[in-house]
Structure formats: C-alpha cells, structure tokens
Design a binder for this molecule. Structure first.
Ligand code: GLU
Length: 283
C-alpha cells in the first residue's frame, strides 16, 4: 500500500459527538485522498473509565456518517506489547519508580508543561525502591540525551524540532492503567502501520514525546496531521459535559448521518460551530 494509512482512535469513555465525527472524517478522507486506508482503533486501556459497550455505538456512528474502515486490535488486547516496550526502556535504564501523588507534583513543580505541572524528578534524585504502589516515569533528560536532537513533521504546520523536555519525566507505566497514553499510542501506531497520524491540535505537543519514544524503541517515523478542533461560538472545545449532543442520539432520532458528514466536510454549517487551532485549557 502506498497511500496514507490513518486512524481514528476513540476512547470508549463517553459517547462520540460532532468533534469526534470531524476527527474521523479528517482521517478517513486523508487516507482516501491518495488511495490509502482508514483504520479504527478502540483505545480502551483506561480500565476504570472504559465502557466496552460504547465500542459498538462508535461503529454504528461511523457507519451512519457513511465512513468505511478496517478495525485493528483494541488496546486492551495489546498489553503484552506495551509490557515488552516498557521492559526495554527499563533495561536501557531510562525509567524510574516514583511514589509522588498528583498533589506532591503540583506542590513541587516549578514550571508548567503542555499537560500541567512538570514533575521535578524528585524520586529520581532521592531514589525509590520499585514496589507495588509506584508509577514509572521516563528519565527525560537522559532519554533525550541518548536520542540526540530529533525532528518531526506535521502536514499542516511543517517541520518541528522535538521538545519532549517540555513535558519533563512523564509517567509511562502504572498499575491501574498498565501503559500510559504516550506509550500505548506510539506502539499501536507502529504496529498498525499508521503512516499519517491524524488527531486534534490539542494533542500536538504529545507528538514531541511520541517521536522520542519511537527513536528509543526503534519504531518507524510517521508524518503527523493535527487538525483544528470544532469549537463552540465562544471558542471553547466541544464537550459532552457542555451539552454537545451525542452522535448516537442524533442517529436514533432519525437524522441523516451522511448529511451531517457533508456539513462537517464543508465546515460551514448553521450550528454556530467553527474550527480553531487553539483550545481553552481543560478545567
Ligand atoms: N484516544 C484518544 C482520544 O480519544 C486519541 C488519541 C490519539 O488520537 O492519539 O482522545
């Protein structure tokens, strides 16, 4: 296959809304534009919040929008691959155990990163024994030194210098959710042969970390395509908790999904929504 392989990777934590429909359409159309393939991957790694029954809803929603796809294995079936990747990072001496709570991190942080307070490597400096209640963080300084300067490319924003240091020592492994989003998504995209990683601009910065993990784990380098997000008239990201209607409800109410998709493709519709590359920070 020479065309782009893209994916839509929803987490079954809540129903899909118009913002998800837009993300799926961007990925679908990007693949079809050059004879590639569009994949669906259910990101159900968050055991506590995951509602497996939603995966069936997601498929019905995508079909209602008139999309076709190939589904690849859900994250919950790939824990062994995540464990192997984590084990290699451990062997390379690039991860360390940490016992700090979220509020410890907030108190000790001296700077803010793309995901909030940056962990000041407290447990790396004081040394903590591995145990049942630890999380494992990447030693970002050492990992970035080992990888050397890295670049990556976004189809919309062009070449980027990778800045994983912005995030500090992110958590890669914890006991309740075995692999972090960063580790799981990086491994999955490689395993699924994704060549153009399409996702919302709110995850733009995460690609700095993913690029680093790709190099450390010897995975191929894709291109990224971070699309703008659908926003409310006040500029805020669409969210279920702010009343964005679920696609499933619209589907069951008898709306025509293909017309909804056509409106989204035109991105000019009378719902008061627009596209933005900037999003308000989540509360
Ligand atoms: N599972 C993520 C979400 O639902 C998407 C992550 C990605 O596309 O990399 O927001």
């Amino acid at each position: 296959m020479t065309g782009a392989i893209t994916r839509f990777a929803p987490s079954p934590n809540g129903p899909l809304h118009l913002g998800h429909a837009y993300a799926a359409i961007v990925a679908h159309d990007r693949a079809h534009a050059d004879g590639g393939e569009f994949l669906l991957r259910i990101e159900d790694i968050d055991g506590v919040r995951s509602r497996p029954e939603l995966a069936a809803e997601f498929r019905d929603d995508l079909a209602w929008l008139g999309l076709t796809w190939r589904e690849v294995p859900a994250q919950s079936t790939r824990i062994a691959a995540y464990r192997d990747a984590f084990a290699s990072l451990l062997t390379m001496g690039l991860v360390y155990p940490c016992v700090c709570t979220r509020s410890d991190v907030a108190r000790a942080a001296t700077r803010l990163g793309p995901d909030g307070p940056v962990y000041p490597s407290t447990c790396l400096r004081r040394g903590v024994a591995p145990g049942r209640d630890v999380v494992w963080r990447i030693d970002m300084e050492q990992a970035a030194d080992l990888a050397g300067p890295l670049t990556w490319r976004d189809e919309r924003r062009g070449g980027q210098n990778a800045r994983p240091d912005l995030f500090g020592d992110v958590v890669l492994w914890r006991k309740d959710v075995p692999a972090s989003y960063h580790l799981a998504a990086t491994i999955d995209d490689a395993a699924d042969g994704v060549s153009v990683v399409t996702r919302g601009a709110d995850l733009f910065a995460a690609s700095h970390v993913h690029r680093l993990l790709q190099v450390l784990l010897g995975l191929p380098e894709p291109v990224w395509h971070h699309h703008p997000l659908l926003v409310e008239a006040d500029g805020r990201k669409l969210a279920k908790r702010r009343g964005a209607p679920a696609l499933g409800d619209r589907r069951r109410a008898g709306e025509d999904g293909r017309s909804v998709a056509a409106e989204l493709r035109a991105t000019l519709f009378d719902t008061g929504l627009s596209l933005s590359d900037c999003v308000d920070p989540e509360p």
